[in-house]
Design a protein around this ligand. Sequence first.
Ligand SMILES: O=C(O)[C@H](O)[C@@H](O)[C@H](O)[C@H](O)COP(=O)(O)O
Length: 271
Amino acid sequence: MSRTVTATYQVFPTPADMAAASARLFASKIEQAVAARGVARIAISGGSTPQAMFKLLADPDGPFLNTIPWDKLQLYWVDERCVAPTEPESNYGVCKELLLDKVPLPAENVHRMEGELDPEEAASRYEAVLRNSMKLEGAESPHFDLVLLGMGPDGHTASLFPHTAGLDEMGRIAIANHVPQKDTWRITLTWIVINQAAEVAFAIAGKDKTDVLAEVLTGERNVEEYPSQLIRPTNGKLLFLLDEAAAAKLPATTEVFTTPNGSRKVGTIEI
Ligand SMILES: O=C(O)[C@H](O)[C@@H](O)[C@H](O)[C@H](O)COP(=O)(O)O
């Protein structure tokens, strides 16, 4: 029996409630990390799910913009499409529009993957960015305080898609991964690096994720088919922030916990 970890899942009524929980987690991890070490290192994913969180973090009337110590945050990406930062598919470009252009996060604290470059060159350069910014030596691995992930309806996370070579990369920090399903290349952190984080949180919403999430969390282990199953933090916490739709086929939650916006359901699963 290989190593298992306890995944905690918190279920919120709507995608907006789940996004609010993601924003609270983002802010609280920064506060905790800065209190402990004077700096917070967070890696974020792209796609559509994080966009509501970006808007909440940047909201001038919200609880985050003027309370997060932005100058103490070092922001990284989990993955990037191989496009220029000005393209609509760019994970960095979307985050820049919705968040970076609206918050006082110093430009030198923003570490984007250079999707406009040759994929392998971009991956190598990103490894150097991580090594330099985290002052890594030798074979030291990056340690993020938080890695925020999404999950595709095919069970991929980051840009680790089913049956792609990236799933077998164990010795690198960041790689170029060819994704035949999309006839494209992506730049992505490896699952080995993601699992070194102090906390990994999936933010997942929508009925198109119901079946795949149930497979990932309660089905047979099949990481080639469901790469999200590779995410089992070595010493960290694994959290799933879900809306009711995405969580519909998970075991009924066992407890209720309260948030600023009311009580929420929580469950745990060994994976
Ligand atoms: O570059 C990306 O697209 C993401 O990093 C990817 O892994 C994303 O998290 C999932 O595809 C879910 O995407 P949605 O949030 O759009 O469902």
